[in-house]
Every structure is written in C-alpha cells, then in structure tokens.
Write a protein that binds this ligand. Structure first.
Ligand code: GDP
Length: 296
C-alpha cells in the first residue's frame, strides 16, 4: 500500500535526507507529487487544493523522527489527514425514531440506489433483525418499479406497490402510513434519478423530503463518476439536508477520489461502500483503506 506514492516521494525528496524538520520549502516538490497522485485518483481540483493546504499546515514544523526520511514523514501526515478527513467512526444507519424510520435515497440514475435499498434492507433484516418495507417513487420508469420489486424479493423484504399514474408524494405518504400500521421498523424510499442533474428532479426530491422528514437522507454516488462526483454532490447537497453518503461500485477499478470530493462538498459521513452487484455486496466504509487506495 502507498508504494507508488512512497516511491515518487522518495525520488523528489532524495536530496533532503538528514533534514530534521519538514519545512515549507523542503516539502514543496513532494506536495506537488501528492497533488498529482490525488488528481490521478480523480479527486476534484477544489478538494485537492483544500486538502493540500491542510496537509501543508499540519506538516510544516513536524519533526522527522528516527529512521524516517522526510518523504516518509510527509506520507505519514498525508495518510493521517486523508483518513481523518474521510473518517468518523462508522455510524451505520440512524434508526432512532418512532418507527417506521424513513430512509430517503437520492442520486443520479444508475448510481445504484435501487440495488443499495436491497442491500441495506437485506442487511437490516438478516443482521439487525429489523422489519423493512421498500417503495419506489420513480413514476417515470415502470421498469424501475419492477426492478425494486425484484430486488425486494431477492432480499426477502416486503415491497409496497406503486404505479406510474401516482404522484411521488402520495405514494410515499401511503407507504409511510402502511408501514406505521403494519409495524415496520424501516421504510426505504427509492426515488427517480435522471442521467444528469435537472431542476425538476431536485424539486421533486426536495418535496418528498419536506413531506416525509426522513431520519436518513442518503446520497448514493458511483465511485466511477470520478471528477463529476463533485458537481453531482453539490447539487444534491444544496437541494437536500443529506445525512450520509453511500459510495457504490468500489469493487471496480476506480481509485476512489470521489470519496474525498464528496466528503469535501457535503461534510457528511460516508456510511457504506457498495462492493458488488449482488445484494451481499455492501460493507462499512473504511477511511483508512480508502486513503491508501486514493494515494495509490
Ligand atoms: P439506480 O438507477 O440508482 O437505482 O441504480 P441501480 O441500483 O439500478 O444500479 C445501476 C447498476 O449499477 C446496476 O447494474 C447495478 O447492478 C450496478 N451496481 C449498483 N451497485 C453496485 C456496486 O456496488 N458494484 C457494482 N459492480 N455494481 C453496482
């Protein structure tokens, strides 16, 4: 882990062997390498800049202890900062309300919302022994409603039917009512996503949020989105009071820079990582592993 960056930093910091302290001058070249590594990992530029500034502040003045080279000392700071920035003890889902705990899923089409609903519902049912209900408010794509029905059956959880003729807010309210009367612990609301941000989509999901006041509003984002993740995150963060992020498709070869970009914009915890198409493919987000992956 970190071999690539370690080697790169070793190259630029060769001349600094023997320096006892990190200074603004002696880390300048190395920080340029860190910056490149982050950009190569698809971290968006504003997030890279903010991060480098934070690292510089922490690193300058740091003593280089024992057998460490200045490069290794800097890597230590970079890794620690990156982990701290993306981390927070894993918080899981917040279900601390009078049931049903309503979980609203937000994100672009294809981000993995429907799949993630299935994964979380299955996890809640099997591990946490909770009773979950799922509903789709995607009234634009009958196939999306069918897909959620299939996913619910695979997850072994109940599906609340909806049709394209209904209004999303009505569907959601009826589902909440049903969930309350039938003693469900959790209700997942899957929503329509577009291929790119549009005002109608944002307005609709903001209305759903206002009507439902969900305990969790999760932004689902595809790690493969790369630099675009920052704009998508910005739009959803402005439209909705997000409570957490789920980063999907981390089983692919994305370096994962999206994690840092999204965290930089929203400041919200990345609660879970999607690691496969199957419903078992979800895990707690590990900031430390992610830091290593981003630094390459
Ligand atoms: P939605 O439009 O946001 O509801 O997205 P879907 O749940 O339909 O997912 C879009 C595609 O991404 C589907 O082919 C899913 O199987 C796939 N997908 C979702 N999550 C993951 C993941 O964590 N890893 C991989 N490899 N594929 C995923």
């Amino acid at each position: 882990m970190l071999d690539n960056l370690t080697q790169r930093l070793a190259r630029v910091m060769k001349t600094l062997r023997g320096e006892a302290r990190l200074t603004e001058t002696n880390i300048a070249d190395a920080l340029r390498e860190v910056r490149l590594a982050l950009l190569e990992a698809d971290v968006a530029l504003p997030a890279v800049k903010a991060f480098i500034a934070a690292v510089k502040e922490k690193a300058v003045g740091e003593e280089v202890i024992g057998s460490l080279s200045p490069g290794q000392a800097l890597i230590g700071v970079v890794h620690r900062e990156l982990t701290a920035l993306m981390g927070e003890a894993h918080t899981g889902l917040n279900l601390a309300v009078q049931p049903p705990a309503v979980v609203l899923m937000a994100g672009l089409q294809g981000a993995g919302k429907t799949t993630t609903v299935g994964k979380l519902a299955k996890w809640l049912k099997e591990i946490q022994k909770k009773k979950a209900l799922v509903v789709s408010c995607d009234v634009y794509r009958p196939a999306a409603i069918e897909q959620l029905k299939t996913v619910a059956a695979q997850a072994g959880v109940d599906f609340f039917p909806s049709t394209v003729g209904e209004k999303p807010v009505d569907i959601a309210r009826n589902a909440v009512d049903w969930a309350r009367r039938h003693f469900y612990d959790v209700l997942f609301i899957d929503t329509a996503g577009r291929l790119s941000i549009d005002d109608a989509m944002m307005k609709e999901i903001a209305e759903l949020h206002a009507a439902l006041k969900p305990i969790e509003t999760l932004f689902v984002v595809d790690a493969m989105l790369g630099q675009d993740a920052i704009n998508t995150a910005k739009a959803f963060d402005q439209a909705l009071p997000l409570t957490g992020v789920i980063l999907t498709k981390l089983d692919g070869d994305a370096r994962g820079g999206a994690a840092l970009s999204v965290r930089y914009i929203t400041g919200k915890p990345i609660k879970f990582a999607g690691v496969g198409e199957k419903l078992g493919g979800i895990e707690a987000f590990h900031p430390e592993r992610m830091a290593s992956r981003i630094l390459g």
